[in-house]
Design a protein around this ligand. Structure first.
Ligand SMILES: Nc1ncnc2c1ncn2[C@@H]1O[C@H](COP(=O)(O)OP(=O)(O)OP(=O)(O)O)[C@@H](O)[C@H]1O
Ligand SMILES: [Mg+2]
Length: 252
């Protein structure tokens, strides 16, 4: 479980995360959805102690990340900026991490298999494709068999096979009772994979809801459009409607 209370991060006069409160529960995939710059990565960095909150707090399984004696075994994270030595093989990278936590070589082999890295495990990580790099980052996140798994934009830049693989992995982790927190700026992706959604914009939580509830509250097939020039929008819709005999009534 991840619990953020009034979590805030300011960089100079820029407020990246602005007093957010949320809870991410086990047994479900929770999507962290918001446009570029909404504060998703900053929030995730604070969850694993890479950034200190300006105010408020965030805990994983009831403790701050730094208070866990074996953090890799508590929360596994894939963040945007991966820190992998380019000259090291995937296997050596994972072994180096494993040593820090007394994790066995058997577990390293397991995560290599789980992430489909067998054929490239002995190759230099610096030569990896984006998809292989993502898989290696996820292998590192899963290494400690953590209760909480947090992935920042894991599908970015992946091919369709990679996207399907990530979706299945997230679903399986949640089904196994893990706490799964995954960010994206794509509503379409989140609608497919998330059970619960925390939507952020400009550092604030805009909605904390289920995907089903969000679709219902949006009114099914109704689309709400805002415009700085309503008269022009009405005119453009009228042109479209007049071209299509079954088109919508632009005045309604
Ligand atoms: N180290 C930093 N110094 C100054 N400003 C920062 C820093 N990190 C993030 N910001 C700013 O904080 C805001 C939130 O950034 P953040 O990277 O958390 O957003 P995001 O939701 O992850 O966006 P994206 O979808 O582009 O990854 C942005 O305006 C960003 O410019
Ligand atoms: Mg980000």
């Amino acid at each position: 479980m991840i619990e953020a209370r009034q979590l805030t991060k300011r960089y100079g006069d820029k407020t990246a995360v602005d007093g957010v409160d949320f809870t991410v529960r086990p047994g479900a995939v929770t999507g962290f959805l918001g446009p570029n710059g909404a504060g998703k990565s900053t929030t995730m960095r604070m969850i694993i102690g890479l950034d200190a909150p300006t105010a408020g707090s965030v805990t994983v399984s009831g403790r701050r990340y730094a208070q866990h004696s074996a953090p890799l075994q508590e929360v596994g994270a894939l963040l945007e900026a991966r820190s992998i030595h380019p000259g090291r093989s995937a296997f050596d990278h994972l072994m180096a991490l494993a040593y820090t936590h007394g994790i066995s070589r058997g577990r390293v082999d397991e995560v290599i298999e789980l992430t489909g890295l067998q054929s490239v495990a002995r190759k230099r990580a610096g030569a990896f494709s984006l998809g292989m790099g993502q898989r290696l980052g996820i292998a590192a996140a899963l290494l400690g068999d953590p209760q909480t798994v947090m992935l920042d934009e894991p599908v970015n830049g992946l091919d369709p096979e990679g996207v399907l693989w990530i979706r299945q992995l997230l679903t399986d982790l949640a089904a196994a009772g893990r706490t799964v927190f995954v960010s994206s700026h794509l509503m379409s992706e989140m609608a497919l994979v998330a059970d619960h959604l925390i939507i952020v914009g400009r550092g604030r939580v805009l909605a904390d809801t289920t995907v089903q509830e969000l679709v219902r509250s949006a009114g099914g097939d109704t689309v709400v459009v805002a415009s700085a020039d309503p008269a022009e929008l009405r005119r453009a819709l009228a042109v479209r409607a007049s071209r299509s005999p079954a088109g919508p009534d632009p005045s309604s």
